[in-house]
Design a binder for this molecule. Structure first.
Ligand SMILES: Cc1cc2nc3c(=O)[nH]c(=O)nc-3n(C[C@H](O)[C@H](O)[C@H](O)COP(=O)(O)O)c2cc1C
Length: 168
């Protein structure tokens, strides 16, 4: 485990578990608190997938059903979510849009089906939040639970920690 940063929050959305696993690994590595975003939509393997894709393409952002995470006082906030139709998943987009003013260092870690960097999703997330992410990382599903995937998480966490140290 890297040196603990007690003031980091990890806010995540996950439909089928990849982002949840990544968020858990990041939170464990950083000693961070996790906050899960939930929505009523997107349940069920087939209809959930179709609704998610349709909403994402139409840029329809759902209401969240999770309680507001209390993010005040954290030095760093990591967002973790899947890529849907080249964009961040709609629940994360909803959250980023509604929280344009966040303190400290912000990082974004995306999970995706493709192996290539989800550049469009990073761009859209920055536009939604209204500021850039100082730390970025992504994990293709094929690398989940492999040493290569672990390496991605470790590198992301190390970059975030370095930013927090210089920001203090
Ligand atoms: C509706 C939908 C659209 C998706 N579109 C993309 C995409 O455009 N590019 C990509 O790399 N992966 C895409 N994926 C794959 C997910 O990003 C990937 O499986 C992710 O790890 C799922 O995270 P989760 O298990 O936390 O929900 C899509 C998945 C869904 C459900």
């Amino acid at each position: 485990m890297l040196q603990t940063v007690k003031t980091t929050a990890v806010v995540y959305y996950s439909r089928t578990g990849h982002s949840k696993d990544a968020a858990t690994e990041i939170a464990d590595t950083l000693g961070a608190q996790r906050f899960r975003l939930t929505v009523d939509r997107y349940h069920g393997p087939r209809l959930g997938y179709l609704t998610a894709g349709f909403d994402s393409l139409r840029q329809r952002l759902p209401q969240l059903t999770s309680p507001q995470p209390a993010l005040r006082g954290f030095q760093a906030i990591v967002f973790c979510a899947p890529v849907w139709t080249s964009y961040p998943a709609t629940p994360m987009r909803r959250f980023l849009r509604d929280h344009p003013v966040l303190p400290g260092v912000v990082g974004l870690f995306l999970t995706c089906g493709d192996d290539s960097e989800p550049a469009k999703a990073f761009e859209m997330a920055q536009a939604d939040l209204g500021r850039s992410f100082q730390a970025r990382g992504y994990l293709p599903d094929a690398l989940a639970r492999t040493p290569g995937g672990q390496q991605r998480v470790t590198e992301f966490c190390a970059a975030l920690q370095a930013l927090v140290k210089t920001a203090v």
